[in-house]
Design a protein around this ligand. Structure first.
Ligand SMILES: *[C@@H]1O[C@H](CO)[C@@H](O)[C@H](O)[C@H]1NC(C)=O
Ligand SMILES: *[C@@H]1O[C@H](CO)[C@@H](O)[C@H](O)[C@H]1NC(C)=O
Ligand SMILES: *[C@@H]1O[C@H](CO)[C@@H](O)[C@H](O)[C@H]1NC(C)=O
Length: 237
């Protein structure tokens, strides 16, 4: 009897906890709607990014407490407008809604990636691991008065708003939410494939980029220039 009451209470508690962030569930993207989480942004098998058409950011939240985020930013260089920097970042992990309404995002540290490009300073773009815990002081989901789209406002730890995000997909489009597996799949007796294991990736510059990856990096770089020369720069933070 007591056990079943406890089960009931626990069930009710879980339902309440889930209901409390049900409105967050989905894939959200900034206005251009071209940066989206999921396999179209980061390909974990080949460990590479596909750069979106336009800069932007995207967050996905699942009903079982996982998140994924994708950032593609061009950073203007006021002292030399022809030298913009570009950053692509991706990470995923779990999130919690705290009792005080804040959201705490805890990434899986080994999985996150960053591609940094500062073409006027470095010849090649720099590919590294990336992880950062995030705290959003609060959030709100509402219907945008102008576009009538479902809109998510996230407020940073200091209360300042992130750019508005709009519901792009529901259920969310996300890569597997568990720790991504090493690339190597050496069968018994077979020689190692020579591929780099994810866990072997150094924390800073990844030198073992395949020619295809290097080509992709170059295209991405080129895209940063195009974005900048078109005058379409988005500012973040
Ligand atoms: C996570 O990020 C911190 C801060 O940048 C860094 O010191 C740490 O080495 C990173 N961890 C991994 C596993 O990449
Ligand atoms: C909620 O609690 C967390 C953890 O204690 C804290 O960092 C955050 O600032 C709090 N949020 C608000 C809105 O007070
Ligand atoms: C954003 O892009 C996704 C994927 O292409 C699409 O399904 C969705 O309808 C778009 N949303 C808006 C608001 O344009």
């Amino acid at each position: 009897m007591r056990a079943s009451l406890a089960t009931l209470l626990l069930g009710a508690g879980l339902a309440a906890a889930q209901a409390s962030f049900a409105d967050l569930v989905g894939t959200w993207s900034s206005k251009s709607n071209s940066t989206l989480t999921g396999p179209g942004f980061y390909d974990p098998t080949n460990d590479r990014f596909t750069e979106p058409k336009h800069t932007g950011i995207s967050y996905s939240f699942s009903a079982d407490g996982h998140f994924e985020e994708a950032y593609y930013r061009a950073v203007a260089n006021p002292s030399n407008p022809r030298c913009p920097k570009g950053i692509i970042q991706w990470q995923h992990g779990s999130f919690k809604k705290l009792d005080n309404g804040s959201l705490a995002l805890e990434p899986i540290k080994d999985d996150g990636r960053q591609l940094y490009s500062d073409p006027c300073t470095y010849k090649n773009s720099i590919y590294t691991r990336y992880n950062t815990t995030e705290l959003f002081e609060r959030y709100e989901v509402l219907t945008d008065g102008y576009t009538k789209k479902t809109r998510l406002n996230l407020y940073k730890f200091d209360g300042s708003p992130l750019m508005p995000l709009y519901l792009a997909m529901s259920p969310p489009q996300m890569l597997p939410t568990s720790t991504l597996n090493p690339l190597t799949t050496s069968t018994a007796g077979a020689k190692p494939t020579g591929k780099v294991k994810r866990s072997d990736l150094p924390l800073n510059v990844l030198s073992k980029r395949t020619p295809q990856q290097q080509q992709a990096d170059r295209w991405w770089w080129f895209g940063v220039f195009l974005t900048a020369s078109g005058g379409i720069l988005y500012y973040f933070f």
